[in-house]
Design a protein around this ligand. Sequence first.
Ligand code: NAD
Length: 437
Amino acid sequence: MKISVVGTGYVGLVTGACFAEAGIHVSCVDIDKEKIEGLKNGKLPIWEPGLQAIVERNSKNGRLSFTTDIKSTLNDCEVVFSAVGTPPDEDGSADLRYVLQVAKEVGQNMQNYLVFVTKSTVPIGTAKKVKQVISEELKKRGLEIEFDVASNPEFLKEGSAVDDFMKPDRIVVGIESEHAEKIMKRLYKPFLLNGHPVIFMDIPSAEMTKYAANSMLATKISFINDIANLCEIVGADVTNVRRGIGSDKRIGYHFIYAGTGYGGSCFPKDVKALIKTADNEGYSLDILKAVEAVNDRQKSVMVKKIRKYFNDELKGKKIAMWGLAFKPNTDDMREAPSIVIARQLKELGAEIYAYDPVAVDEAKERIGGLINYTNDKNEALVDADALLLVTEWTEFRVLNYKVISKLLKNKVIFDARNIYDPIELKENGFEYFGIGR
Ligand code: NAD
């Protein structure tokens, strides 16, 4: 089986590499020449556990190749995945420019029947537009080649993307023909040996499923953050509340950790896009509007605590920041809360010395000289007035009290992920500020 994955970013590269690992011949296409050149030489544009080895192995055995030329990949190609970005437009709606461009190029170059599968997160109705664009291009060429469109939203999580792809909880596919269903079933069969299903449905429902899933998860995060803020006011501890409610199977423990709000490349833009879709239809998604507002407010909660602690005198204060990526196990800095926090602290006159195990290069690209970068977590602490934990990487979980007591000028810890034990810190002579406790 031969497929083409267009857009070799986070989703496209993981998708392409994992399909190749399962024995499928995959061409990964991107317009970014530098990215493709790098990949041809084994240099990955993202850091993701397990991915490097899969890319290397399958490039070597010839099942995975990289190109900027979409045309060269379409001969005998059975499925084209579009995994290009769908960034927010100025008004918050998803910008479909890249997806429709891929559809256009496929229409201009396809030689045989294929299924055009949208893997990017796209608003309801996109498959229809894609179909129209491909049909128009074929008409211009005077050709009548059959094709199908399908929607196959991706649910992988950055940080465990390979595992999620290889052992998915479920695969959602929106289709409108039996032929396309057959092809998609065959394609995904190697990943479903654990018994988890491909859920086939109509295309609009598949498109909606992705937005509904991300919106639900964002809602859980904003809900617990709202509860956390109230916990502080009334003298409760949100980590206990989480344990108390999470034990209810209907609620569950996942995604109810209080923190600095959601970030990353998906939740912020997808929540915005769904709100916009509803607004355009004359319906107001009030819950999601509140989810967004709570999330925006949450990014400043830790900065407020730091301001209060230092009586608003942050000028010249040195803050050690542990963690920059929007979550552990990724170098993704898109919409990372660390950026908002760093900007606010810097505006107040503080100097930030930050360490992250893998996201420093990405951070340099996005925020450059806004902060100082250190080579290890202890270097960031030297003479710092406070330690602020932003991303809960495993290496930050256990504190070496002897070492940090020596390095920090002032024994205070702001824990934006509630990973430390306030009582243990107190016993070791530290002041502690978490979220909602
Ligand atoms: P990304 O920005 O990492 O990658 C997109 C890639 O597409 C870039 O390399 C870009 O150069 C390329 N591209 C743009 N136009 C092109 C064209 N005409 N031809 C070929 N390549 C082109 O984006 P991503 O994070 O992989 O996200 C892709 C889509 O998947 C988005 O819709 C996103 O919402 C969705 N998604 C992302 C995640 C995630 O965790 N990152 C998870 C699920 C779904």
